[in-house]
Design a protein around this ligand. Structure first.
Ligand SMILES: C[S@@+](CC[C@H](N)C(=O)[O-])C[C@H]1O[C@@H](n2cnc3c(N)ncnc32)[C@H](O)[C@@H]1O
Length: 262
């Protein structure tokens, strides 16, 4: 697809999004919350982590995503808690994040993993370099430029796995509270609220975003918390939208997962 056709096809999705502003706001917000993002008292984040881990293990089992002897990239990787669980010793993983504070307190990395500081909008890697690109909870950089960059650094046949909060959850929670659809509220342990840019899409939008960037879509799925998820760990941010929709929490789609191929 030509650059002009790409811009036309994606302009509809980008109506209200300024990438530079998005990057600045994300960096400011994640700097403020980095020290406590992984604290177990942040139950919304923990519920999303739980589902990301399930998705990764399920997809690893079903599709064998991560293999020996390959090179992988994780974008917006934070403390890099996920992929290291399935990474074979003879594969390598670069974990990058816009906000160095998100990984500076994390556990020492094994020899086949490295941290880098970069934005999803300007990946500092050569074209056709990686066998797989992973991005868990992409909502702060979930715009066409990220998908184009992911496609560029992947080799032909390489895969992209991304997850993001669902549009249904974000819309029902945020608009129901009178908030902007494009920001998540993160309440710090001392009570202050930080607004984090958070862009979610419908299934149709994702298909358009990914196909416009050059990908073939392999899998689109939405995941709910299982009914056995401990009730004491389900926060109001998940209970309230389920109630507004008149459904059980275990039927509330929370995370979108997309597997695509270059
Ligand atoms: C919701 S957190 C998820 C962190 C990690 N993927 C996880 O699941 O633990 C989103 C991460 O994306 C990073 N981020 C936000 N905007 C970014 C951008 N433009 N480029 C790269 N990373 C970005 C944030 O600093 C943060 O670490």
């Amino acid at each position: 697809m030509t650059e002009r056709a790409y811009k036309l096809a994606t302009s509809q999705l980008l109506r209200e999004i300024d990438e530079q502003k998005l990057e600045q706001e994300s960096q400011t917000a994640y700097r403020l919350i980095a020290g406590e993002y992984y604290n177990r008292r942040h139950m919304t984040c923990r519920a999303f982590d739980f589902l990301d881990q399930r998705i990764l293990y399920a997809y690893q089992q079903r599709y064998g995503l991560v293999k020996g002897g390959e090179q992988y990239l994780e974008v917006g990787g934070g403390a890099a808690t996920l992929l290291r669980r399935v990474l074979p010793a003879d594969s390598s993983l670069v974990v990058g994040d816009l906000c160095t504070e998100m990984f500076q307190h994390s556990r020492a990395l094994p020899r086949n993993m490295a941290y880098e500081h970069f934005s999803a909008f300007n990946l500092p890697h050569t074209d056709n370099h990686f066998d797989g690109v992973f991005a868990f909870l992409t909502d702060s950089y979930n715009v066409p430029r990220f998908y184009k960059e992911a496609w560029r650094v992947l080799r032909g046949g390489g895969i992209l796995l991304m997850t993001c909060p669902t549009r249904l959850w974000a819309k029902t929670l945020r608009e129901g509270d009178g908030d902007s659809l494009y920001y998540a509220r993160f309440t710090m342990l001392e009570g202050r609220t930080v607004l984090i840019p958070s862009i979610t899409w419908s299934k149709e939008d994702y298909l358009q975003l990914l196909v416009c960037a050059g990908f073939s879509i392999l899998v689109y799925e939405e995941f709910c918390l299982p009914s056995e998820y401990p009730s004491s760990r389900i926060p109001e941010t998940i209970r309230v939208p389920a109630k507004r929709l008149g459904i059980a929490v275990s039927h509330m789609p929370l995370v979108t997962a997309l597997l695509a191929q270059k």
